[in-house]
Design a protein around this ligand. Structure first.
Ligand code: ZN
Length: 328
C-alpha cells in the first residue's frame, strides 16, 4: 500500500525563458523539454520572467569585471567567434560568442533573478528555466557554453531581498569554476559542488576551493544512484545548518546517455534529489545548468519537480528520511 504523504500546499512556480532566438551550440531544444517536463506536474505553473534590465545590470556588475561586460556588450555581430582572451585562466577558448548569445544569456539572468525574487517573496520553490547555463562563466571569462553567471545573480537577488546567507548547491556533472570565482568575494554566499573528478575546466584537472565557504565533493569513479543521492542528502543537511536559502545549479548531464558525460543515473534519480532538497526545509531557487541528452530532459525535470512537491516514491528512502511536508 502506498502511504499518503502530506505535500506542500503551494504550487511550484516556474519561469519561462525570455523568447530569445535559438543560438549557440549548447542547443536551443533543451529548455522546451525541461519546461514540458515541469508542466506535466499538475501543481506547476508558469510565470513570466519580469526582472528589469536595471536589476540584471546591477547583479552582473557585482559578479563580472566591468571590462568583461563592456566587451560582451560591444559584440554586435551574429557571426560566432572564438575569443581566446576571454577564456578562463590556463584554458583554451572552447565555445564561440556572438551578439545573440549575449542577449540570450541576459534573458537567462532575467529568469534567474525573477525566480530568486519569487522565492524571497515567500514561494518555497522557483525554477528558472534559463539558458544558456552559467556556472562556468567567471569574473572575466566565458566557456563551457556559459557567458553570464546566473546562479550568482540569483544568490545576490536573495541577499538583496533580505535573506541573510545563501548557499549555491551545484549538482551539474561539471565543477562550477565560474561560480566558485564570482562568489569568492561575497561573504554571505556559500558554495557546495558535487561533480565528476578530475575536472575538465581547471588547467591541471584539480578543483581548488576559492574560499573556506566552498565545499567540493568530487567523484573519482562513476557513483551509483544510492551513493550520489546520499551525497546530495548530506550536502542538503549541511546547508540547512549554515544558510537560509539555496540556489540549486541543476544540471541533468549526470544522466545516462548525456553526450558530455559518462555517468549513468536514470532520470528517476531526480525525484529522490528533489525530495532530498525539499526535506531541508530551505527555500529553493533552481537555475538550469547543463544537460544535453534532449530525449531525457523532460523525464528529469518532471521527476525533480515531483520529488520537490510529493517527496520520494514509496520504493525509495527509509521512512525516517521521508520529508514530513510543509514546515513553513
Ligand atoms: Zn555540465
Amino acid at each position: 500500500m502506498i502511504e499518503q504523504r502530506p505535500t506542500r500546499d503551494v504550487a511550484a512556480p516556474w519561469i519561462i525563458e525570455g523568447g530569445q532566438p535559438v543560438v549557440g551550440r549548447e542547443g536551443g531544444g533543451r529548455l522546451p523539454a525541461v519546461r514540458d517536463g515541469i508542466a506535466r506536474h499538475a501543481r506547476a505553473r508558469a510565470e513570466a520572467a519580469t526582472a528589469d534590465d536595471a536589476a540584471i545590470d546591477a547583479a552582473l556588475a557585482r559578479l563580472h569585471d566591468a571590462a568583461y561586460l563592456t566587451t560582451l556588450d560591444g559584440i554586435t555581430s551574429d557571426v560566432p567567434v572564438l575569443m581566446p582572451e576571454l577564456a578562463a585562466p590556463g584554458m583554451e577558448a572552447d565555445v564561440p560568442v556572438c551578439a545573440g548569445l549575449v542577449q540570450t544569456a541576459r534573458e537567462g539572468v532575467r529568469a534567474a533573478i525573477t525566480a530568486a525574487a519569487r522565492v524571497a517573496d515567500g514561494a518555497p520553490f522557483a525554477y528558472a528555466v534559463s539558458r544558456p547555463p552559467g556556472h562556468h562563466a567567471g569574473p572575466a571569462w566565458f566557456g563551457g557554453y556559459c557567458y553570464l553567471n546566473t546562479a550568482g545573480a540569483a544568490a545576490l537577488t536573495l541577499l538583496d531581498h533580505g535573506v541573510a546567507t545563501v548557499g549555491i548547491l551545484d549538482l551539474d556533472l561539471h565543477y562550477p569554476n565560474g561560480t566558485s570565482a564570482v562568489v569568492a568575494s561575497h561573504e554571505r554566499i556559500h558554495l557546495c559542488s558535487l561533480h565528476a573528478s578530475p575536472v575538465a575546466n581547471a588547467p591541471d584537472g584539480r578543483a581548488v576551493p576559492h574560499s573556506e565557504r566552498e565545499a567540493l565533493i568530487g567523484f573519482e569513479d562513476v557513483p551509483s544512484e544510492d551513493e550520489y543521492v546520499t551525497a546530495v542528502v548530506d550536502a542538503g543537511r549541511r546547508l540547512a545548518a549554515s544558510v537560509d536559502a539555496v540556489v540549486v545549479s541543476l544540471g541533468y548531464d549526470t544522466v545516462a546517455g548525456d553526450p558530455h558525460g559518462d555517468w549513468d543515473l536514470p532520470p528517476a534519480t531526480f525525484r529522490r534529489i528533489g525530495a532530498a532538497l525539499a526535506a531541508t526545509g530551505l527555500p529553493l531557487c533552481v537555475v538550469q545548468e547543463g544537460g544535453y541528452e534532449v530525449s531525457s530532459l523532460a523525464d528529469c525535470s518532471h521527476a525533480f519537480v515531483t520529488g520537490l512537491l510529493e517527496g520520494p516514491s514509496a520504493d525509495h528512502e527509509p521512512a525516517a528520511d521521508r520529508p514530513t511536508g510543509a514546515t513553513r
